[in-house]
Design a protein around this ligand. Structure first.
Ligand code: MRU
Length: 346
């Protein structure tokens, strides 16, 4: 994409402020780990892989902040910073995966002095960011095979360059199909309440000149009933060992609709999204966000102050509704417990 989701320069992470898109292209500068936490929790940056890479830079910035402390104090401070970073958004496992990778290096690395420790950590955060782009491209080259020529594809939320360091997962698969000259059309759901589909996916599709139509979330079933959707491809925030998948609220509903209408339903996600510690979806912690996301659109209040609100950010799609899980190690077919265990070893 023309715009970079994130760029690390001079000990600060520059994030494209996704709260402002598509009206304004503005950047948010995170110079310490507290600002990283704010950026993740307030959704300046969002999307599982993008949150992961941002968290990794947060660990480096924490080490930078505490570099003058003794080794044991530095370790204690960074570990406590990591706990806070991980809590910024609890569902996407990519966050704990990336901060865990940074912590592991911090605990195990042998370094001459503080300067070299900081260099190692900065390099690792850069590796996580760079590898995310490579992983997405590999994943997309497997995934585009499930897109038939002349397909109408339904996608949900934003899983594109903005949800990752670049290229995207489910939207990366779509990008790759277009790059390989497939004639396709995308239906993007607006994705209430935060409107990632309307604001971000539509922004990327227009930027890339990909043939697309924006629909209200509630239109998906009607389109399927009219035989207008050939395949559904969405991303994931955490995949349990049995294939149950947490993704943006509304994904489960789409998976049920796809099942009823006999439409293939794919998840596209890097292996860092698979949580092998969790055996099934019911054990995944689902983030609940504030009521204002539902009661206010833009600056306009659309619901009375006194109303109760339930606002889970994600739901769980059961493995039996999923046709395949597209990863950088190939497409995993059901039964997922076996297939996911297999790609762990690759
Ligand atoms: O709340 P968000 O915008 O962070 O939710 C994003 C999603 O649900 C995506 O589908 C998921 O993170 C995969 S992004 C490649």
């Amino acid at each position: 994409m023309k715009y970079k989701t994130m760029e690390f320069e001079e000990d600060a992470l520059i994030l494209l402020d996704q709260r402002k898109l598509p009206e304004r292209v503005e950047y948010y500068r995170a110079e310490n780990y507290e600002q990283i936490i704010e950026a993740i929790s307030k959704m300046v940056v969002r999307g599982a892989p993008a949150i992961g890479a941002t968290g990794a830079y947060g660990v480096y910035l924490a080490a930078l902040e505490f570099q003058d402390l003794s080794s044991s104090e530095l370790m204690a401070q960074v570990e406590s910073a990591v706990k806070e970073i991980n809590q910024a958004r609890p569902t996407a496992v990519n966050l704990t995966w990336a901060t865990g990778r940074m912590l592991k290096l911090l605990r195990s690395s042998r370094y001459k002095d503080r300067k070299s420790l900081l260099r190692i950590l900065e390099k690792e955060a850069n590796n996580i960011a760079r590898q995310d782009i490579e992983t997405n491209k590999e994943l997309a080259s497997y995934g585009e095979k499930i897109i038939p020529q002349n397909a109408n594809i339904l996608t949900h939320c934003n899983t594109g360059a903005l949800a990752t360091v670049d290229y995207g997962t489910a939207l990366g698969v779509i990008r790759e199909a277009v790059r390989r000259n497939k004639n396709i059309h995308v239906y993007a759901t607006e994705t209430r309440p935060r409107l990632q589909g309307a604001r971000l996916t539509a922004f990327e599709l227009v930027e890339e000149n990909i043939s697309a139509t924006l629909i209200a979330d509630s239109t998906a079933g009607f389109l399927m009933q009219q035989d207008k959707i050939d395949v559904v491809v969405v991303g994931a925030d955490r995949i349990a060992a049995n294939g149950d998948t947490a993704n943006k609220i509304g994904t489960y509903t789409l998976s049920e609709l796809a099942r009823i209408h006999n439409i293939p339903f794919y998840i596209a996600a890097p292996r860092s999204t698979i949580d092998y510690q969790i055996q099934m979806g019911s054990a995944i912690a689902i983030e609940e966000r504030g009521p204002e996301e539902i009661k206010v659109i833009g600056r306009e209040r659309i619901a009375p102050e006194g109303i109760n609100v339930y606002n889970p950010a994600f739901d769980i799609t059961p493995a039996e509704n999923i046709t395949g899980i597209i990863t950088e190690a190939g497409i995993v077919d059901p039964p997922f417990s076996l297939g996911l265990a297999e790609i762990r070893k690759k």
